[in-house]
Unconditional design. Sequence first.
Length: 159
Amino acid sequence: QANAAYACIQGSLKAGYAKSGNQWVNAYQLWTNYAVQPYVSATHGGRFVNNYANARGSNYGLFENAGPAPEGTVLAKDSFSVKANGKVGAGPLFLMEKMAAGFNAESQNWRYTLILPNGKILGTTGGKNSAKVGFCVECHLVEEEHDNRFYLDEEYRRK
């Protein structure tokens, strides 16, 4: 059901996010999706999400054995909800970009960006409305041993 819902909304997600002008929104759906199907993420508003990584961030596919992400890694997590009546709704796009050493010690040099379904950028680490993505930084710090990356449950992992 989640795969069918995603297929239904995938194009509108991309179109909405594209209004942001963010450089990654037109590419992320072409990257490897490390989730075999959309899954519910309690930490992303209880929405269905996918886990994409650009080629530079392919070590994400090694999951807990990945080691540090190289500079230039971009992780994208698009999201959507499915109501009890079957109606599918667009959710935000969550981006993590591994920046050069010295970018932001508090975030372990990750830049977080949250893009709403209408293309409005809620905030970007070190940029406009940075405080609005402070919760991303705080939450991801609990995974410091994995370079601040969470990994999806094994049942949803692409092998």
